[in-house]
Every structure is written in C-alpha cells, then in structure tokens.
Design a protein around this ligand. Structure first.
Ligand code: NAP
Length: 241
C-alpha cells in the first residue's frame, strides 16, 4: 500500500513516536524546525509559528500528494508549544503571539491547505489534530495554549460536518493524556507564580504516571484505524478503554 504520513513536530516527543509507529512501508515526513529526514521519508524544515511558512507547507504538501497515486494519506498536526508559560498581561508579547500563531492559527490554516490538496484524491484520507485536556480544563498560566486546543476541537467539529457532507476526509481531534516528553519536563520546571498548577504535574511525574510516548502513539494509530470513530470526533484517549 502506498501510504503518505505527514506529522508536524516529529523531531521530538509524541510527534517522533507517531512517525515511528506509522504503518510499515509508509512514506514518512516530519515538519519541524530541527528535525531530520526519517528513514524512508523526508523532512520539511519550517517554523510553523511564522505565517509565511504556511503556504510553503501547502505547496510542499500538494507536491507530495501529486507525486504518487497514494492509497492512504494521513496528516497529524502535532507541533505545539506551551511557551511562554505565564499570565496573560505579564508574559512577553512576541512569545505570546508565536504561541497563538503556532497552536491556534497554524492548525486551522494547515488543515485547510491539507483538505485543499487532497480534495480530489481517490485515497483514504485523514487529518488528526493533537488536542489537550487544557481544551476543556482552564489552567492559569496556559491561557493561549488552552484557547488554541479548544479552537482546534471546535474546528474539527465544524469541518467534520463539512467533510461528512462532501469531501470525505476523516478529521479528528484527540487529547493524548499526560505524556513523558520535553514539554512535561518544561512544565515541571516552571515557577508556581507563572503556573500555579505545577504541583499536580510534578506529583504525576513522581508517581510514575506519565504515559510513554510510544504507547500513546500506538493508541493514536488505533484511533485512526478504528472505523467506529466518525469524522468530526473529538476524543480524549483517557476515555477510551
Ligand atoms: N506532553 C504532554 O503531556 C501533552 C499533553 C497534551 C497534549 N500534548 C500535545 O502533544 C503535542 C506534542 O507535544 P510534545 O509533548 O511531544 O512536545 P515536545 O516534546 O515539546 O515536542 C514539540 C514538537 O513540536 C515542534 N515544534 C514546536 N514549535 C514549533 C514551530 N514553531 N514550528 C514547527 N514545529 C514546532 C518541535 O519541533 P522543533 O523544535 O524541531 O521545531 C517538536 O517536534 C503538542 O501539540 C502538545 O500540545 C502534549
């Protein structure tokens, strides 16, 4: 089977695990600033917090799509950042703007470009956004991150309705749970004055309750392979048996 798998933010953490867990033989593509071409794949070096990078992604993705008669095309928008952790009105404005652009705007615009590029393709097509429990649980210190994840969820609900009517692309949003990545290490190292909820995450770590990225990646692929999960679904992996 000719399977194209594109994962944003696959240079590290959950994205790297997602790309590694892709079905055997898939053509793998990482889109990030610091990544490298994975075995049997390619790397697109882009800073997705820069709006100028989005049409570059769109063109590169459309080229990839037209290169082969793919049987399956899977895109996971996983790139994300918590930086700057801190209170709105106190954090650095440029860093806050980059957070909004990467976490909120990039997912929607890249999603649009993906749908545009695969619109007339006769392939199984799926687009997964990586969400977070922060989409529904407000957390002081993570205002733009949580707002962005909520926006991604709502985008998926609306676009899911659209694709059910015409288009046929399966769009999903899935929160992975608390995963042992650099993002979690960064959270634990934050001062409580910037993130009052830090103790909970330190306690989860100390209790050995952080999830293994490889396990989470396998479970996310199970969701993609589950025919009972319809387009437009917004899920939390922790709610799945
Ligand atoms: N870890 C958790 O507990 C947890 C919980 C809920 C949701 N999530 C979500 O899971 C996803 C992955 O998180 P993670 O924990 O694996 O984080 P991570 O270890 O910090 O990795 C983040 C990835 O995003 C990429 N990235 C960051 N800024 C970027 C930019 N401006 N342009 C392009 N790529 C960028 C990074 O690549 P470069 O630095 O090379 O660009 C890296 O590959 C995120 O969407 C996060 O919100 C994580």
């Amino acid at each position: 089977m000719d399977h194209l798998v594109v994962v944003t933010g696959a240079s590290a953490g959950l994205g790297a695990a997602l790309l590694a867990a892709a079905p055997a033989g898939a053509h793998r593509v990482d889109v990030s600033r610091s990544g490298r071409a994975p075995e049997g794949g390619s790397h697109l070096a882009l800073d997705l917090a820069e709006p100028a990078a989005w049409p570059v992604f769109g063109q590169a993705f459309a080229r990839l799509v037209s290169e082969r008669d793919w049987d399956r095309i899977t895109v996971v928008h996983n790139a994300g950042t918590l930086q700057p952790i801190g209170f709105a009105g106190e954090v650095d404005t440029d860093a806050y703007t980059r957070n909004v652009l990467l976490n909120s705007a990039a997912g929607q615009v890249l999603g649009h470009l993906v749908l545009q590029a695969v619109r007339d393709r006769d392939a199984r097509r799926e687009l997964l956004l990586i969400s977070s429990g922060a989409a529904t649980n407000p957390r002081a210190g993570w205002s733009s991150y949580g707002a962005a994840k909520a926006a991604g969820d709502q985008w998926v609900r609306a676009v899911g309705e659209e694709q059910a009517e015409r288009g046929g692309v399966r769009v999903l949003s899935v929160a992975p749970g608390v995963v042992a990545t650099a993002m979690q290490a960064h959270i634990r190292a934050t001062d409580a004055s910037d993130f009052p909820g830090v103790e909970r995450f330190q306690a989860l770590h100390d209790a050995g309750e952080l999830l293994d990225p490889d396990d989470v990646a396998r479970r996310l692929w199970d969701v993609l392979d589950d025919p009972d999960v319809p387009t437009g679904a917004v899920l939390d992996l922790r709610d799945r048996a």
